[in-house]
Design a protein around this ligand. Sequence first.
Ligand SMILES: O=C(O)C(=O)C[C@]1(C(=O)O)C=C[C@@H](O)C=C1
Length: 284
Amino acid sequence: MVQGSPGSFTEDAALKAYPNCETIPCDEFEEAFKAVELWLAEKAILPIENSSGGSIHHNYDLLLRHRLHIVGEVQFVANFCLLALPGIREEKLKCVLSHPQALASSDIVQTQLGVARENIDDTASAAQYVASNGLRDAGVVASARAAEIYGLNILADRIQDDPDNITRFLVLARDPIMPRTDKPFKTSIVFTLDEGPGVLTKALAVFALREINLTKIESRPQKMRALRVVDDSNTGRAKYFDYLFYIDFEASMADPRAQNALGHLQEFATFLRILGCYPMDTSL
Ligand SMILES: O=C(O)C(=O)C[C@]1(C(=O)O)C=C[C@@H](O)C=C1
C-alpha cells in the first residue's frame, strides 16, 4: 500500500524493496496504515525523512497512533525531472505542479523558471493531473517513470540541487519480524521522560555506555497534552511543553547490548515503545 498515484517515488521505493510486489495506491498516509490493519494490504510503505527536507513529521505521529511494526527501511535516491505535455517547451510554462518537497529541492523550479508553483499531494498525481487535463502551460516535477506512465515529455533530468537527494522510507506490517544478529539491524523506539536537567542526556547515555550508535533522534509534541505542569520548590508551578522522543539505533533486539540498554531506559522513561527492529538498508 503506497501513498500517491502510480509512478510516485514511494512506489519506486516499494518496487526497490519488493521487485515483484503489487502496489496499491492511496491518497493519504493514514489510509495506508488502515489498509494493513484491515488486512487489505500486507505492508505499507511511507517516507519518513529526506536528506534535504528533513523529517516527515506527520508520519512520526502516525507511527505512534497506529500499532503497526516497522519491518524494513528503504533508502532511495529520487531523481526529479521537469515534465510537460509533448511539444511544450520550457518557455511556454506558466506554472509547475508537484509535491512541495520536490518543488523546494530545485533552484531551477524555485527561481530560474520564474513561474508559479502549485503543491500537489505527490509527484505522480501532479503528472496525472497535467496529462489528463491537457494543461499546456503547466510543468510537473516527477520521475522519469511518471513521464512514461502519463505520456509526458522530459524537458530536464536530475534537476535537484543535491544530486544525492535521498529519501528514507519505512516498511510497516501487522507483525514484527524476528530480530537477527547475522546482518546489520536497526531498532526504532519512542519514549517520554520526566522534566528535569540532564534527563535526555541520561537517556542517551544508556546507548553510549554500550557503544550503540544512534542514527536518528526526533522530538515531537505530545498531542492532546501540550503542557506538563510541574510543581517546583524554586520556581513554583511551571508549565513545560511535553515531548515524545523518537530514536533509531544500530543494534538488533537479539543483541544483549540493545536489551540491556532498553531495560536501563525503562527504569526511568515514563513511556517506552519499540516501533520495530529491522534490517538496515546498506544498498547506497
Ligand atoms: O510524491 C512522491 O512521489 C512521493 O513518493 C512522496 C515524496 C515525499 O513525501 O517526500 C517522496 C520522495 C520525494 O522526495 C518526493 C516526495
